[in-house]
Design a protein. Structure first.
Length: 188
């Protein structure tokens, strides 16, 4: 939580925990319309979206959403010249509260949508992580959801190790083998 804002992660991954191919492009094998509907509805509720320079949620309302673009190209914070509702944010120069304050956001969650370094940055802070799994897809040599993934460490292992506990997965597109599991932070 950051004040009244929950911190929520959103990702669709392949069976091997990848979010993109080796060139950083999300392949069609993990694109899913049911997941896109879920993501777009969540982005509509978000107060701000946080992502890296190469990640985005797309959709017809994307340009209107407030966002923080994580980058090392600025010392702390700077208006994004290519997006009127966005700031470039270097976490080494400004903390999350300062970055959120620059945007003058309203109510709603802080939505984290990637890439790998951005997902890693928020691992200790997620209140919930919405993990969509495209179980029939594999992306050899792809870009992992978290940098800690290895042949012996799954996405689920990383989330659990960081204090998040899974709900029961539910089908969002049974015909395509796509499920959604919410990992929620355990509070003492």
């Amino acid at each position: 939580m950051l004040g009244p804002h929950s911190i929520e992660g959103y990702a669709i991954v392949s069976a091997d925990g990848m979010i993109a191919d080796g060139k950083g492009v999300m392949p069609d094998s993990i694109r899913n319309q049911a997941d896109q509907r879920f993501l777009q509805a969540a982005m509509d509720r978000a107060a701000v979206i946080v992502h890296g320079r190469h990640s985005h949620e797309g959709g017809p309302r994307a340009a209107n959403r407030k966002r923080l673009v994580v980058t090392r190209q600025v010392p702390a914070l700077a208006a994004d010249p290519s997006q009127p509702n966005a700031f470039l944010w270097n976490p080494a120069g400004a903390d999350l509260a300062q970055a959120i304050g620059a945007l003058d956001i309203g109510a709603g969650p802080i939505a984290i949508i990637g890439g790998t370094a951005v997902f890693d940055l928020f691992l200790p802070r997620y209140d919930v992580f919405h993990l969509t799994l495209a179980a029939r897809a594999k992306i050899p040599g792809g870009q992992p959801l978290f940098s800690a993934l290895s042949p012996a460490t799954t996405v689920e292992d990383v989330l659990i190790h960081n204090g998040l506990r899974p709900s029961s997965p539910h089908d969002i597109d049974a015909a395509a083998g796509v499920t959604l599991t919410d990992f929620e932070r355990i509070r003492p």
